[in-house]
Design a protein around this ligand. Structure first.
Ligand code: ADP
Ligand code: MG
Length: 562
């Protein structure tokens, strides 16, 4: 059975195509969203999903979230005394989804279509594939997230309009893509975004509003406990449906309260809302399109549930965007549709955006402006959204008389200020001494589909050359994959039927840490009662106790799906 998976930064979910439509797979807690969170428990035990998300407050050093940001890099994530590669953590999430799908379908699952952001490069795509492999899934196909969104809305079947814009505001990232469909082929024409803008930032705005209004003392302990974030997150969700939310936090036996209206929130979030515009304008410009030429604008990502986000997009385009499907479920549905098309051999073909270099690549230079030398300018050699492989040359000259060396600081990014772009490498070449401006070099950048950037520098007068290869990825080789598999096999992931109990206990512990006094005593008592029930090992007793436990916890806080 082939399933579709949206492996998200904040939440992941699986969907299957059954009875002619995509169906979302519920996890062991009955939720369709599984937080992309992993926590190291005692010994070899690993905790995944909502229970792990709860441990972010109680065991911050043993818990990881947002590891999708590290995919395709060698960054190791430390959980307690062990470290993990990002693809290993993703594999644990995928395994959990695989087990949920198997339980839902009643049959083994070995293959998946997994979605990735359109801007993911080869290294990030390869890491996603490896994560699948480590989870025991053959990755039948990696599908671009915006393409999946388009499939979920059936855009490929429309003949009237062929160009669409997908706006995806998730927990921590904002992605905008322009898609073009023709003859069953979809092409990502342009993609832009802000990797540091998402629903989390909006919760941050509410945290600050609450602190101001409730006069909650600034305390490291509160911040660390995550209690403030939780209050803010809850209010943010309420404000998507209502015009007012009461925010309430108990700290050292004092109650702090503040009422926030939607208008307050939207005003305070004004700067974040402004930041939505630029990537949209950029994507349209790169695709050489006017807003009016778009067939449809599609909203995905949980954070587009915020009315202000929808309104801003609607105003920008002078029309209502499509959002009839739950925005946090759209991509998984699209992945399941792709899976179904695949098994029927009627796949929608995709021209993958890896064929495009999503960032500009260049060097830092100093420039003469109005007779003065200005340093730290960015000079792009390969501009973003160009098809790869690509090779381009820039010509640069000395700025001082008898300059002996030319230092090239190679950067990736879109800022005019050189140092604000990502540093990729350094290269030096000796120059033949000449008057300023007369010694010159050709700098050739060659970028290929594997994420390899070759920089060749040649002094034009002598033909002297130097070069360097900048590798953006370090994919695991076969032996490393085998080792990682063995390592993961040795970990004990909680069996599916115990996940709910695990979650309840983690949630209770988190609440215990947050609260004081009578509430603490009550929580302690509930935990004791629940542990007694667990000891009975009687399924019915445990289930009944779990239900009561959950109700009791719910009387103290909202347990929401992240
Ligand atoms: P990702 O793509 O990062 O995995 P999602 O698409 O699941 O993330 O979006 C997660 C974000 O959506 C979170 O910041 C969450 O707070 C936000 N979100 C979910 N539901 C709502 C809601 N009802 N109102 C406002 N924001 C919401
Ligand atoms: Mg997403």
């Amino acid at each position: 059975m082939l399933i579709g998976i949206d492996l998200g930064t904040t939440n992941s979910l699986a969907a299957v195509f059954r009875d002619g439509a995509p169906q979302l797979v519920p996890n062991a807690l009955g939720h369709v969203l599984t937080p992309s969170a992993v926590s190291a428990g005692d010994g070899d035990a690993m905790i995944v999903g909502l229970a792990a998300r709860e441990r972010l407050s109680t065991h911050p050093l043993r818990t990881a979230t947002a590891f999708k940001r590290w995919m395709g890099t060698d960054h190791l994530v430390q959980l307690g005394d062990r470290s993990f590669r990002p693809e290993e953590l993703s594999a644990l999430v995928l395994r959990s989804l695989k087990a949920d799908a198997e339980s839902f379908l009643g049959e083994p699952v070995h293959e998946a279509v997994i979605t990735v952001p359109a801007y993911f490069n080869q290294a990030q795509r390869q890491a996603t594939k490896t994560a699948g492999e480590l989870a025991g899934l053959r990755v039948e196909r990696l599908l671009n997230e915006p393409t999946a969104a388009g499939l979920a809305y059936g855009l490929q079947e429309r003949s009237d309009h062929s160009t669409f814009l997908v706006v995806d505001l998730g927990g921590g990232t904002f992605d905008v893509s322009v898609l073009e469909y023709f003859d069953g082929v979809v092409q990502v024409r342009a993609s832009a975004g802000d990797t540091r803008l998402g629903g989390e930032d909006f919760a941050g705005v509410l945290e600050r509003l609450f602190v101001q209004r409730s006069e909650l003392p600034p305390s490291e302990a509160i911040r660390r406990s995550g209690a403030l974030w939780r209050v803010a997150e809850q209010a943010k969700r309420e404000l998507s449906d209502r015009h007012e939310a009461l925010m309430r936090l108990v700290h050292e036996e004092r109650v702090y309260e503040a009422t926030v209206t939607r208008a307050d929130f939207e005003q305070a979030a004004g700067e974040l809302v402004q930041r939505l515009r630029r990537p949209i304008e950029r994507a349209l410009m790169d695709a050489r399109l006017q807003a009016g030429e778009l067939g449809e604008v599609v909203l995905v990502g949980g954070a587009t549930r915020m009315p202000i986000v929808r309104q801003t997009i609607a105003r920008l385009f002078q029309r209502l965007p499509l959002r009839t499907i739950n925005p946090d479920e759209t991509i998984a549905r699209g992945a399941a549709i792709q899976a179904a098309l695949k098994s029927r051999d009627a796949a929608v073909d995709e021209i993958v955006l890896t064929d495009v270099m999503p960032y500009s690549l260049g060097v830092i230079v100093s420039e003469r402006i109005n007779g003065r030398q200005v340093s730290d300018r960015f000079s792009p050699i390969i501009e973003r959204n160009n098809p790869v492989p690509i090779s381009r040359v820039g010509n640069y000259c000395s700025v001082a008389d008898n300059q002996r060396v030319l230092k090239l600081d190679i950067r990736q990014g879109e800022s005019p200020i050189g140092s604000e772009n990502l540093h990729l490498g350094l290269l030096e070449i000796e120059l033949t001494p000449k008057p300023a401006g007369e010694a010159d070099v050709d700098v050739r950048f060659t970028y290929d589909a594997n994420g390899l950037l070759v920089v060749d520098v040649r002094e034009t007068s002598t033909g002297r050359t130097v070069n360097t290869v900048i590798r953006q990825n370090d994919a695991l080789d076969e032996t490393q994959v085998r080792d990682a598999l063995a390592r993961l096999e040795a970990l004990k992931v909680h069996p599916r039927d115990e996940q709910r109990n695990r979650y309840l206990l983690e949630r209770a512990k988190r609440l215990y840490e947050e609260r004081l006094g009578d509430e603490r005593a009550a929580i302690q008592h509930w935990i004791g009662q629940f542990e007694l029930a667990l000891d009975s090992q009687d399924r019915r007793v445990v289930d009944e106790a779990a239900e009561q436990f959950e109700k009791a916890l719910a009387s103290l806080d909202h347990g929401f799906v992240y």
